[in-house]
Design a protein around this ligand. Sequence first.
Ligand code: HEM
Ligand SMILES: *[C@@H]1O[C@H](CO)[C@@H](O)[C@H](O)[C@H]1NC(C)=O
Ligand SMILES: *[C@@H]1O[C@H](CO)[C@@H](O)[C@H](O)[C@H]1NC(C)=O
Ligand SMILES: *[C@@H]1O[C@H](CO)[C@@H](O)[C@H](O)[C@H]1NC(C)=O
Ligand SMILES: *[C@@H]1O[C@H](CO)[C@@H](O)[C@H](O)[C@H]1NC(C)=O
Ligand SMILES: *[C@@H]1O[C@H](CO)[C@@H](O)[C@H](O)[C@H]1NC(C)=O
Ligand SMILES: *[C@@H]1O[C@H](CO)[C@@H](O)[C@H](O)[C@H]1NC(C)=O
Ligand SMILES: *[C@@H]1O[C@H](CO)[C@@H](O)[C@H](O)[C@H]1NC(C)=O
Length: 286
Amino acid sequence: MASSSLSVVLILCLAAAALAQLSTTFYNKSCPLALEKIQNSAATAVKNDRRMAASLLRMHFHDCFVQGCDASVLLNETSVGGNERGAFGKVGSLRGFEVIEQIKKDVEAVCGPVVSCVDILAVAAPNNRACVGGPSWEVKLGRRDSTTASVTQANQNLPVPFLGVAGLNASFVSKGFNLTDMVALSGAHTIGRAQCQNFRGRHYNESNINTTYATKLKLNCPSPATNLAPLDDDTAVAPNPELFNNDYFINLQSKKGLLHSDQVLYNATAAGCATKDIIKSLGRLL
Ligand code: HEM
Ligand SMILES: *[C@@H]1O[C@H](CO)[C@@H](O)[C@H](O)[C@H]1NC(C)=O
Ligand SMILES: *[C@@H]1O[C@H](CO)[C@@H](O)[C@H](O)[C@H]1NC(C)=O
Ligand SMILES: *[C@@H]1O[C@H](CO)[C@@H](O)[C@H](O)[C@H]1NC(C)=O
Ligand SMILES: *[C@@H]1O[C@H](CO)[C@@H](O)[C@H](O)[C@H]1NC(C)=O
Ligand SMILES: *[C@@H]1O[C@H](CO)[C@@H](O)[C@H](O)[C@H]1NC(C)=O
Ligand SMILES: *[C@@H]1O[C@H](CO)[C@@H](O)[C@H](O)[C@H]1NC(C)=O
Ligand SMILES: *[C@@H]1O[C@H](CO)[C@@H](O)[C@H](O)[C@H]1NC(C)=O
């Protein structure tokens, strides 16, 4: 299975973020149906909108990179520290808030308010195998929701797509991740979409891009800046950009990364070439 090495790394990465007292059986007594409810509601949302699998995964990432995994991404009032969704002025880029709200309601209908929003985010994110394939992982539960958010930290801590390897590394190192973690986690870009404004500088101005691919992107992306393209052109293993597989790593090897921050990971001149070797190993056609 092409995705097995990727799934192992992903599981290790996410497990590292868990605290000792967290447990996979945290809600067994207080809300035995919690996992099933969350998973079913998330699956329904993804069935209605396949991109939602990507959007929920990204929301989990954005939550965890700001004040730790604490659901602060859901808060949006100035009085609690601001609206993290609006970091970088990118209001409207994160998607799926209404899905999380619906799941919370569904879970409360059977158990009351015992299940935290951060646990809902953590369980909803990986649970989309049935719809988009790829790995799932067991999530340790029992995290508490924050009552504060930080738009300042969101602006400082979330990596932007214009960074090079050093800047990306600094961002992930500050969260306790190494280069292998960083490359594996970037593999989340095997699903989902990005807006032109986040990559048009690359296909118009960079040389480290497949010319066929650049031509294709230009057709869709002279304007407006909100047009979308798949983060993973996804033709190497299966001709479907919505599937979670290792095509992201394969495509980087033929210069078909969508974001600057994707392609730099496979830049032969990047420090020590470590990220290049990681991509080659995750992108092996097995
Ligand atoms: C390495 C640093 C990263 C950068 C610079 C980055 C940047 C971006 C950007 C610019 C977009 C498109 C947003 C838009 O145009 O509205 C995006 C989308 C996405 N990102 Fe990342 N990202 C990074 C890492 C990650 C990680 C670690 C994950 C999860 C594990 C992730 C998951 C996603 C997903 C799933 C989407 C698609 C969301 C959708 O279609 O709604 N990204 N990312
Ligand atoms: C990177 O961290 C992961 C755990 O997150 C660990 O399994 C792996 O050995 C580390 N890799 C290196 C090269 O240090
Ligand atoms: C908790 O619930 C899960 C799922 O229902 C079950 O597989 C597991 O055995 C339970 N664990 C404990 C310690 O009760
Ligand atoms: C916060 O989000 C809620 C629910 O999505 C919305 O009703 C409210 O208007 C938002 N408030 C601000 C200040 O953006
Ligand atoms: C990543 O950051 C760490 C800690 O600052 C540093 O030791 C390492 O050289 C950096 N690696 C790259 C490739 O920038
Ligand atoms: C390409 O680079 C030129 C010169 O630096 C700049 O003026 C132009 O805005 C860039 N194009 C895009 C799409 O970023
Ligand atoms: C560019 O993409 C085309 C079409 O997918 C592929 O045949 C070609 O080998 C790629 N070129 C390079 C330099 O990787
Ligand atoms: C690759 O690295 C070189 C040297 O650091 C740099 O000049 C070039 O812009 C990088 N390419 C990309 C696509 O980032």
